[in-house]
Design a protein around this ligand. Sequence first.
Ligand SMILES: *[C@@H]1O[C@H](CO)[C@@H](O)[C@H](O)[C@H]1NC(C)=O
Ligand SMILES: *[C@@H]1O[C@H](CO)[C@@H](O)[C@H](O)[C@H]1NC(C)=O
Ligand SMILES: *[C@@H]1O[C@H](CO)[C@@H](O)[C@H](O)[C@H]1NC(C)=O
Length: 389
Amino acid sequence: MAPLRVLILTLVCCVLQGDFVLSRSSKCTKHTLSLLHVIFRHGNKTLEATYPTNPYKHIRYDPFGEGQLTNGGKLLGYRTGQYLRKKYNDFLGSYTPEVLGAYSSQTWRCKAYLQLIMASLFPPGETEKWDKDFFWQAHPVNGDCALSQKLFWSYVTCPNFAKSYRIYKESPAYAKIMSPYNDTITYLRDESGLWQNNTFVFGTPIYLHAAFTSQVEWGLELPAWAKSVWPETLSEIAALEWAQLFATEEGRTLGAGNIDEIKLNSEPKQFYISGHIISKIFKDTKLHINKDPSVNGKKIYLYVGHDTNMYGTLAWLGVLKPEMINFGAYVIFEIHSIHDEYYVKVLYQNKNVDSKLVTLQLPECGGCCPLNKFATLYASRLNPETVCG
Ligand SMILES: *[C@@H]1O[C@H](CO)[C@@H](O)[C@H](O)[C@H]1NC(C)=O
Ligand SMILES: *[C@@H]1O[C@H](CO)[C@@H](O)[C@H](O)[C@H]1NC(C)=O
Ligand SMILES: *[C@@H]1O[C@H](CO)[C@@H](O)[C@H](O)[C@H]1NC(C)=O
């Protein structure tokens, strides 16, 4: 083919494709925005779970404490709130208590991270300023503990998830994905001592990745044996393990990934659930569309949870990739109203605060998905209770 023809064809294709993509997501603009829901992972934390050969067992992480936000983690929350304020300033307007729905997991780091986001997302205006030197105002948060447990990490057992996951773990599909890493996983278990209690056979890389991330941030040098796997190899295997937790339809529907499940010889009890958050988002959106008085004036819902909630959310949507999810990552559900029709646009941040948000292309629905179509496509996942068993 003559070079010119190739060039013209390429251009035509690009324009057509570009136009298609553009028209699908550019319908949802900042002028059509109607409601926001955001699910976050908390910011950077100090070490929470150790391993038998950890050379730094004596370290107490004072004055923060174990498993709490570091200063870097706190700053991330504050900067994230600032970023969202800038992005949505016109839509959000000034603060009144009805505008905001604020939810967090019951762990301290999540409660604290929510406070940091709200501090910069809704700072006091001139009228609300109550101290001339202190630029902060208090925001009410949801205090329903049972609801929080249900949303972020239910203590219910979901036998169907456990059952389907066990079957999957015995399948050739699972072996094909994980067996190339057998030797490395054995090495990690031997060196870390995590085999000692016959536990974490599957979860060793996930578990160690979390431990090393916090230790490195605290300025500790990792043990010599870790150098050959940190950070690339360990991240690669841990990300694959995460994806396996959501490889079953039951896992995706519940948005459930369970670290306990990956212990040997122990019955799973505790599930981290994201399916409930998304079905709440969907219900709240319906109330908003129907102008229900209970959600009058609401503009934004914030949910601060865990890595498991983030993987679960992406898996539920069918867009999870084997990639580690960082501290402070978040997913925004933008609800748009265009000529009396409602749409959902989902954005994802897994980099630093100033990186461009990624618009997620929902399978079969794209970047600006009609809500009715969303409801049909995801119908089987909108009632996680029925899948639990
Ligand atoms: C890895 O281990 C699994 C389970 O022990 C086994 O089924 C599989 O054959 C092993 N694969 C390799 C490549 O060694
Ligand atoms: C293994 O069991 C011992 C004794 O019950 C306990 O002290 C230790 O923390 C356990 N190790 C792990 C890695 O769970
Ligand atoms: C916070 O954790 C991320 C990994 O999730 C890391 O890339 C980043 O450097 C950490 N931030 C600080 C301040 O150490």
